[in-house]
Design a protein around this ligand. Structure first.
Ligand SMILES: Cc1cc2nc3c(=O)[nH]c(=O)nc-3n(C[C@H](O)[C@H](O)[C@H](O)COP(=O)(O)OP(=O)(O)OC[C@H]3O[C@@H](n4cnc5c(N)ncnc54)[C@H](O)[C@@H]3O)c2cc1C
Length: 150
């Protein structure tokens, strides 16, 4: 779950002109005046990335109330798991505080529990979620077949 920062009207622009992923959205605002909202290493990393789409970049660190006209803003919101189901089941978390998976079938640290998509990795994309979901379904099916076989 994306946690929106305390910025007025943030949600109205989310996914339209305010985006978290240059690979998903930056092409539409290529060569336009853009801004990165971030601090520290994350801010610098996002600037380095976004400069591949536009040279007209401003890094905003929430330091002043100055108004700057921009066509698009890149920001990386904090993410948390929406549900505590994984915690209740005893699933281990990874270094991103998302659900750790342990094999090619996306099984978690709890046998018989599988996880796929955004809840497992900060590398979030539809293709990744579909791939992981498909691997988890195969793993689950495989495990059920083997239960009957032995
Ligand atoms: C603004 C934005 C733009 C994006 N653009 C792109 C793009 O252009 N290309 C791309 O590849 N990716 C894009 N992504 C990323 C992509 O949307 C995700 O990686 C993908 O949707 C992850 O799929 P998922 O099934 O893991 O999670 P989700 O699509 O988030 O699905 C999880 C579902 O679980 C439901 N849910 C959550 N908690 C509970 C609960 N307790 N009980 C029942 N249901 C629950 C949610 O309501 C939701 O329907 C974008 C993401 C955002 C936020």
């Amino acid at each position: 779950m994306d946690e929106f920062p305390d910025i007025q009207n943030f949600g109205d622009f989310w996914g339209k002109s305010v985006f978290h992923c240059p690979y998903c959205h930056a092409w539409e605002v290529c060569d336009e005046p853009l801004a990165v909202v971030g601090n520290g290493e994350t801010g610098i990393e996002m600037v380095s990335l976004l400069k591949n789409w536009s040279a007209d970049l401003v890094l905003c660190t929430n330091g002043t109330n100055e108004k700057i006209a921009r066509h698009g803003i890149l920001i990386r919101p904090k993410q948390t798991l929406r549900s505590n189901l994984a915690e209740k089941l005893g699933c281990e978390l990874n270094e991103f505080n998302l659900i750790k998976t342990t094999n090619v079938f996306n099984e978690t640290s709890v046998k018989g529990v599988y996880a796929a998509g955004d809840i497992t990795s900060p590398m979030q994309a539809i293709a990744a979620a579909v791939f992981q979901g498909s691997a988890a379904a195969s793993g689950l099916n495989h495990a059920l077949i083997m239960e009957d076989f032995v």
